[in-house]
Each structure stands twice: as C-alpha cells, then as structure tokens.
Design a binder for this molecule. Structure first.
Ligand code: GTP
Ligand code: MG
Length: 614
C-alpha cells in the first residue's frame, strides 16, 4: 500500500548561476543547528571541490540534510551555470519539489528558464524564492511578475502557477512572506518547504527500488551511489540486483555492504532506509547513474531515468606529441587518457567520449566550453598530459539532409557605452539582436539569438571590449538551419621559428608584432605559438635570437631593453584563442599553444593545398 513519509522532505535548490543557491544552503545548515556554536565555517561550504572554490561556482550537485522541527529535509544544491545543466536534470528524480531562486536584481535569466522547465516537466511543485532583496537596486515586485510570466511561457498548469512566493536574503540569513514582514531568520522558508513540498510516498511492501541519481567518489570506499528509496526498503547486508532502464541486459547481483544517509555535511551509517529516504551506497564497484538497485523479492524493475539534454560542442583530446612531450606529465599515454576519459562518464551524464580513427585521439563532447575546460583542468591537476583541439559545434541533419546547427540565446548586460561594440561583434558572428532594454545602473540588456559556434572564442573579446564590466549569459536554444559561414576578423598567431630559450633581445624585437604570451627564459620549440599577432595572419618570429656579439661593444646592453609584461593566458583564454590548425598542449605545469603542423615548410604546403581546394 502506498504510504507517505511525513517526517521527510526532499528538495532541490535550482536557479541561474550566482543567484545564491549555495549561500542559501549555508543559511539552512546554520539555522538548523548543523554547526556547533561559534564553529568556524567557510562561506559556501557545499562548494567543496578545489575548482569550485577557486572559481566561486558550483560544478557538481551535492546532497546535504538538515533537521527542522521533526522533519528531515534532504537538500540538493545544484549548479546554475548553463554548462552544468545536466547536473540539475539528473538529480530532479531524487526530489519531490524544488526551490527556484531568482535574483531580485537580475530577475529571470536564461538558466532560470531551463531549470524551471525541467522541474515543471517532471511535475515537481515549486517554491519561488526571490533572493538578494538586500541588494541595492533590487526590484522584487517586478521580478515576481517576470517569474509568473516565465511560468506562463512554459505552459505551467494552474496548479503550478499557484506556486508560493517568498522573499529572501540568503546572505543576511532571512526569508519573509511579504516584503514588509519583519526580517528575522529563515523560518518562513523552512515552513514553506514543510507546507508545499510534498512528503515522499512509496510502497514499503513492494520490491525495493532505488534510482541512482549521483555517483560520488571517495578514496577510502570507492564509488558511492546516491538516490532515493522509491519503494520497499534497503537493509545493510541484504542482497540486491542492479538493473538499468536503457540497458535491459544489465543485471548484476550485489550485496549492500555500506549504507548511509546524509546529516549536515556528513554521511552517517544506517542499518536500514525506508521509502523517501535519500541514501548513499558504497561497495558496488560497477554502479552507474541511471541504474536502479532492486530488491530480490520479485522481479527487479528499473525506474526510467529521464533523457539528459545532448552535448552541443566537441573537442579532440589526444596524446601530446610536441617536442616537450612526456617531460611534465605523469599520465601521458593513449591508454591513460582513454581510461581517464571513459571513467569520467561514470559521474558526468552530459559528457560523451568516442574513439576516433586514430588510436591516439578521442572525441569528447560536452555542453559548453566551461564544461570541457573543467574536465581539462581536473585532468591536469591529476597529472595528465595531453593536447586538445579547438572546440567545434556538433551539427545535426534533418530528415531531408539539411544541416542544422545548435543555437544559443545570449543575454548580455553591458554598460551603455559598450553596447555598440558588442552588437557589432555579435552581428559579425551571425548573432541576431532580438531584444534590448535598459536595466538599472546605466546598463542595457541585449538579447541575441546566435549560432553556438559564433560564441566560441568570443568571451575573451567580450571581456576586453567591455573592460570587464559586461555579463554574458548563454543558454542552449535548440537547432536551426545552418546560418552560413562566419567571417570575422581573426587574429593571427606569433609562431616561434626555432627551438631554444626565449631571450629578451629576441622578445623585444618580436613584441612590436603583437602581444606576447611568454617572457624571457621560457623554453620554446619551432611551431609553438608565443603570442597573438596584431594582424590577421600568422607571423613567424625568432624569440631565441641573441644579440650579435661584435668586438666593439655598443652601449645598449640587453638589460636596457624593456619588455611589455607577457599576457599569460588562462586555460579558458587559451582554448578561446586557438584556431582549427592549432592545438593546446596541456601538462600539469604548462599550457602551450602550438601549430598542429610544427614544421614551417610543411605548414606552408598544407596551407597552399587547403587554399587550392577551397
Ligand atoms: N547581496 C546579496 N548577495 C548574495 C545573496 N546570496 C548570495 N549572494 C552572493 O552572490 C554570489 C553567488 O552566490 P552563490 O551562493 O555562490 O550562488 P550560486 O547560485 O550557488 O552560484 P552557482 O552555484 O555557481 O550557480 C556570492 O558572492 C554571494 O555572496 C543575497 O541574498 N544578497
Ligand atoms: Mg552554488
């Protein structure tokens, strides 16, 4: 018989990037007494990954749980960046409702729409929380209207439209039901969760079903599967069967040797978990996201795992074959790289990895440049060395064989004075301006429909053009007929002409030709890209060139030459910069850009052949 677990609520916090999800979870943890009095707790404590902390964004969704009154609230913090939307999609099956945060200043943003769409599609009840009402310029009343409009755009049912609205400042630790209520604490949000998020239901007597929505990893216990007990119950040391909805042949008999539930930031051992509980299970080495753990009384039935949105861009990851290959990395062979990439698929459901014609090259597809660059960064920190190619979009073809390309909606907030240059650059990249209105503080919001490939390599330009004051948000917007070739002025590369060590004299002569990426003392090889050219074509330069020593000493010594400090590219900037005939060499210590063909003569021949064939 179906029963309800009144003592549990399972809720996910969803929103556009930076609207305050992780900060809100901090407050829920704090105000439910998870931390000891005067315990030092860092801000955004759920962002526990090294890259998450460095960048200040959430990358992986994570579970926590708090006790409010007599109810256990399992909370899933999710990432808001569009590239990690797959993380949100995969955990929605674990919860019975969501809190949708909307920034009271920024209002509804592209990813607000994406995550709400996914929640509504699963019929999950929504609590809308207008956050950051403390912000100067906050416009909560307008944002409520925007949010209601969004519900209507998404064809919400009347019931869904009836969603409760709450106002909050996650930073200052309060939530209120009405704007003129006293600002005290998070009680109104806790109460709303109890009231509006339904308690989980299930049949405790049916055969056990636990859909695995997350795979976590820990050096001591290995893989940890996380999911909700939908039916039956799970007991320590019981036998179980792992089945998969999409892979009916997969049936594995296992034993549950470790079972946990969440409590604050910890996982605590439990002997038994009943319907509605969110559990973590370790000790099953071959467990994947989307698998269902079933009991052994009765036929095991998998719970359908919803289809995750497809990747839109791809890069080749390949064995590094530069002259410096293998000198800096610990894991460098094709076998290492292949194993590592395929391993990533266990935890990341929106990634694809494919073998290619070359045993040394793997095609890796993801949801955006940041998605792939985070993987690259993880791998180099683990000691991997490899090379990657420029990101390219994944085309589709319709039934008539017509080429379709991924489109994005780009929302650009810029100070008014930079509007012109942004519109010009995005138009060159086949962006179509579809909306424009001024927002507070001398900013304008521009809305573009643009091919995804038009945005590749644009972020660097955007930051320069807006002097770092612009905000660019993009969201996948389906496929549309190919918009034609994009011909915007590209910057050429400055290419090292011979191998050696860059010296001041050589660099000084080279710096007039563009912007250098390296300084003196850096080792280079022929065909390595050492800067960006101020012109459209590539230029070869000799950065290792020493001053000719003559008998008559001149007064200008090497030291007297002043070099402009080099522009050291970050991983994203480097990925942005490279062209299709270039690669990025990634090692734990260095990022080097290089020509695919290192030899200047061969490179020229290839160029001539390419031009002739066009
Ligand atoms: N003024 C103000 N700032 C806030 C509030 N809540 C969060 N912030 C700030 O907003 C920024 C982003 O907060 P996060 O909690 O990381 O946002 P998030 O939604 O988890 O971001 P992602 O996980 O990357 O999508 C931080 O600088 C917070 O301090 C708030 O209520 N008021
Ligand atoms: Mg976050």
């Amino acid at each position: 018989m179906i029963q309800t677990r009144e003592d549990i609520r399972n809720v996910a916090i969803i929103a556009h990037v930076d609207h305050g999800k992780t900060t809100l979870v901090d407050q829920l943890l704090r105000q439910s007494g998870v931390f000891r009095e005067n315990q030092e707790v860092q801000d955004r404590v759920m962002d526990s990954g090294a890259i998450e902390r460095e960048r200040g964004i959430t990358i992986l969704s994570k579970n926590t749980a708090v006790k409010y009154k007599n109810t256990k609230i399992n909370i899933v913090d999710t990432p808001g960046h569009a590239d990690f939307g797959g993380e949100v999609e995969r955990i929605l099956k674990m919860v019975d409702g969501v809190v949708l945060l909307v920034d009271a200043f920024e209002g509804v943003m592209p990813q607000t729409k994406f995550v709400l769409m996914k929640a509504l599609a699963l019929n999950l009840p929504v609590i809308v929380c207008i956050n950051k009402i403390d912000r100067p310029g906050a416009r909560p009343a307008e944002v409520v209207d925007e949010t209601l409009e969004l519900f209507m755009d998404l064809d919400a049912t009347d019931e869904q439209l009836d969603a409760p609205f709450i106002y909050a400042s996650a930073k200052d630790g309060y939530a209120i039901n009405n704007l003129d209520d006293e600002k005290k604490d998070m009680t109104p949000l806790f109460e709303a969760i109890l009231k509006y998020i339904p308690a989980p239901t299930g049949d405790p007597d049916a055969n056990t079903q636990v859909l695995i929505s997350t795979i976590d990893y820990n050096d001591y216990v290995g893989r940890i599967g996380i999911g909700k007990v939908s039916n039956g119950c799970l007991k320590l040391n019981q036998n179980a069967v792992v089945v998969n909805h999409h892979d009916p042949d997969k049936r594995e008999n296992v034993r549950i040797t470790k079972l946990y539930e969440f409590e604050g930031l910890q996982k605590v051992d439990v002997d038994e978990a009943d319907i509605g509980s969110i559990v973590a299970i370790s000790g099953i080495s071959d467990l994947h996201i989307g698998d269902t753990i079933c009991g052994t009384d009765g036929d095991p039935v998998a719970i359908p795992f919803q289809k995750i949105s497809e990747p839109t861009i791809a890069m080749n990851f390949m064995v590094n074959d530069s002259p410096f290959a293998g000198t800096e990395g610990k894991f460098v062979t094709s076998r290492h790289i292949r194993d590592r990439l395929y391993r990533e698929l266990n935890t990341d459901v929106s990634l694809r990895v494919e073998d290619t014609d070359s045993p040394d090259t793997f095609k890796v597809s993801g949801r955006g440049e940041l998605h792939l660059s985070v993987l690259i960064e993880e791998m180099r920190r683990e000691g991997y060395e490899f090379a990657v190619s420029k990101a390219e979009v994944l085309y589709h073809y319709d039934e008539n064989g017509k080429k379709l390309e991924p489109m994005e909606k780009a929302y650009v907030d810029v100070p008014d004075e930079f509007q012109g240059v942004v519109i010009q650059k995005l138009s060159e990249r086949k962006g179509e301006l579809i909306g424009m209105h001024s927002i507070t503080g001398g900013y304008t919001r521009l809305e573009f429909s643009i091919p995804a490939r038009g945005l590749i390599g644009y972020r660097g330009d955007f930051m320069t053009d807006t002097k770092g004051n612009g905000i660019l948000n993009t969201v996948f917007d389906g496929y549309a007929p190919y918009k034609g070739d994009i011909a915007y002025r590209k910057q050429g590369s400055l290419i090292a002409f011979e191998a050696g060590e860059a010296v001041t004299y050589g660099l000084f002569a080279a710096q007039d030709r563009g912007t250098l990426f390296i300084g003196p003392g850096e080792k280079v090889y022929s065909g390595m890209v050492v800067g960006s050219s101020s012109r459209a074509e590539d230029i070869e330069i000799n950065v290792c060139k020493k001053k000719h020593l003559t008998n008559t000493r001149t007064s200008s010594s090497d030291e007297a030459l002043t070099l402009v400090p080099p522009k050291i590219l970050s991983l994203e900037q480097a990925l942005d910069f490279i062209e299709t005939d270039e690669l990025l060499e990634v090692t734990p210590e260095h990022l080097r850009i290089r020509k695919k063909i290192l030899d200047p003569l061969q490179r020229k021949r290839a160029m001539i052949r390419k031009n002739n064939s066009q």
